[in-house]
Write a new protein. Sequence first.
Length: 306
Amino acid sequence: MEAIQKQNNEQAQVLMAQAEELFEQQKYQDAFNTAQKAYKLSGDNVKYEDFSRKIIECLATQCEIQNPEAIQTEDMRGRQAWCLRCDGINGVNLNELSDKQIIKTFKEFREIYHRTFDPYGSLSSSFGNTTIGDFYCAGKWYDIRIDDSFGKNDYVEVYSESEQQERVKANVTAAENPVPHSPSGWTTGGPSTKNSDEDSVSDSGSQEYQNALTKGLKYANQLFMSKQAVYDQLTSSYGEGFSEDAAQYAIDHMTDVDWNANALEKAKQYYYKMDMSKKAIYDQLTSSYGEQFTSSQAQYAIDHLE
């Protein structure tokens, strides 16, 4: 066993050297993918995260973000998110910029970030840090909310250091004391999929609920996400920010989604694009920090990989 690990570590060192070379050539996506392979061999999470952080800071610089420092925190669901400390945008302090200017830069950064780390739309990829968190500048935190549908409801909330600390405490409390997602509780594999008379006319007529359903279908049909991942994305403060009731309504009405097929599509991405083993894919598909498919859905995917 020690001999195998030694061999893996040696291979990982070679891969990391290749990753560094690709990084110097500004081939950031290739550099990240190579570093990811090295991590799978060595299990050196610190080196892997440090390398990822270095790439993120370079991407931020490309968006005219001054002296970016990527730091990790947790969102309301306890998932890792990258936040950016910076001196400003294009030489200007954030408190001197309009919300529109901050949002524009944030969107540019988010786009290039996902293009580098998440090219196949796996919002819960093995990287585990696909979420972009807040910006920090001159003693203030900037929580940037994006409406991906039409962009009409984009906005920025600014918090002082003390207010941010209270938010962090609230997140920790929420993570330690989870609240049930719906009165009916979870069924096997995530949110319930009931279709009953409990759905009122007012629910179906609510624009908020319909918007959540539209968003949920996009995540399921275009990004091949699991039921649980869709729910989390809809309700996350770093995602869509819908209420739990609206998200549950969306899940309940996504009756035409083939979750087995979604699991298979995700498995293909890991199998053919990331060279993962079937066992590793199964673990990633079912992990609460991964894709969050059910065991039966994951097994279906593994069984149908060509």
